[in-house]
Design a protein. Sequence first.
Lengths: 120, 110
Amino acid sequence: QLQLQESGPGVVKPSETLSLTCAVSGGSISSSGYYWAWIRQPPGKGLEWIGSIYYSGSTYYNPSLKSRVTISVDMSRIQFSLRLTAVTAADTAVYYCARYRTHNGRFDYWGQGTLVTVSS
Amino acid sequence: QSVLTQPPSASGTPGQRVTISCSGSSSNIGSNTVNWYQQFPGTAPKLLIFTNNQRPSGVPDRFSGSKSGTSASLAISRLQSEDEADYYCAAWDDRLNGLVFGGGTKLTVL
């Protein structure tokens, strides 16, 4: 059974960089037909797709976040990562990692999520 | 303001049938498939419907999806108290070249 687990700091200071990692177990991150994604959810609000990466390094980013986001994949460590620069309070959210199946695209596996608070 | 529009709330009594709408445009729902996710408080979303009307293994047949033009709907029949959750639609948007979610609908079982 595929499992995803987010990890990273729970608090980030304004203007600094948010960095999170998603560890993948029970499956291969280099399987064809799947992208690996980050989605976030501000407290009490809806879901927002941040971006996705293929094991080859090909990426798609949310246009509203593109200038601040980098998603990378580390196949040797079987994990992928999110970097979000110049954070503000508006970036406070639960951050989820998920697997995106490209055929009839959908998120079929999700991590449990990790809350990141932007605060000084 | 979400690209896909959902009603913020819906409600029904046990045994009733409830529908949740998701309105988009030609660049998203009009040209791509729609998925629905169910989310309980404090937990990650779970795939409920994919490719407009397909249920993953383990999802009861009380849940069904449909799509027509630039709109989609999620129907829940024989409503149960455990269906009380937030529901989100999602689709790829060709104009934005990215994935978009609806704002979510909070379903209350009265």
